[in-house]
Ligand binder design. Structure first.
Ligand SMILES: Cc1ncc(C[n+]2csc(CCO)c2C)c(N)n1
Length: 226
């Protein structure tokens, strides 16, 4: 069963249709579940993802700047903390086991697919308001939540990527997706009322769709690096 991450997300997800499918069922994702993803592709992804997370920490920090309520600030600041102090450490640990140290992770040259995605999100937040930023950030948060839950139920028993899957299927991560989803619902209601009748709905949907498309490109970049 699909997890429930709130009504705004459900609407955005339905509006992204085919792109959402391409993102959450990408061959890279299927390879994680089946255990057939080449290790080189996974490591290439992980190094790029470390750089990605540094920029996503900047984007969530911009969320603090663009917040209008303490609740919004708390979620954004909490996400920055989770990213820099926890999530990035997972990448450091996995890469260290393969002989790649943190300095080389921080200094890794960004792939253009990586650069395009993170700067798109930053620009959505700089040019727009809190909702523009959240529409661009939602695919990353919720998409991984959905992928984690699905793969946990369908993965091969001997996939070497079980840790990765467990991280995102974990109830703690699922709770993050639920609380971000609820915060987005409240943020939408506060600023533009009912999304179904808001003039800004299509602009926000465009942000969500573009970020989803950029996630597809990110998986593909991982596969191409094998
Ligand atoms: C390409 C790419 N997309 C999404 C995520 C997942 N993710 C990114 S930021 C974040 C923070 C919310 O806790 C999460 C879960 C990733 N790691 N890499």
């Amino acid at each position: 069963m699909l997890p429930d991450y709130g009504k705004t997300f459900a609407r955005w997800r339905a509006g992204a249709a085919g792109q959402w499918h391409d993102y959450t069922r990408h061959p890279f994702v299927e390879g994680l579940g089946a255990g057939t993803l080449p290790r080189t592709a996974f490591l290439h992804y992980l190094i790029q993802d470390y750089v990605f997370l540094t920029h996503f920490s900047r984007a969530w920090s911009l969320g603090v700047v663009k917040s209008e309520t303490l609740e919004e600030m708390k979620i954004c600041a909490g996400t920055v903390n989770a990213l820099v102090n926890h999530e990035m450490q997972l990448h450091v640990k996995t890469c260290a086991a393969e002989g790649i140290d943190e300095d080389s992770l921080f200094a890794a040259t960004e792939a253009v697919e990586n650069l395009a995605y993170t700067r798109y999100v930053m620009d959505a937040g700089l040019q727009g308001d809190f909702l523009d930023l959240m529409a661009a950030l939602a695919p990353c948060v919720m998409g991984y939540g959905e992928i984690g839950v699905r793969l946990k139920g369908s993965k091969s028993s001997d996939t070497p990527y079980a840790d990765w899957i467990a991280t995102y299927a974990d109830p703690e991560y699922q709770a993050v997706c639920t609380s971000v989803g609820a915060m987005i619902d409240t943020a939408v209601a506060r600023r533009i009322g009912d999304l179904a009748h808001a003039p800004r709905a299509s602009g926000l949907q465009d942000r969500f769709n573009m970020a989803t498309k950029l996630e597809v490109g990110f998986w593909q970049m991982g596969l191409n690096g094998q």
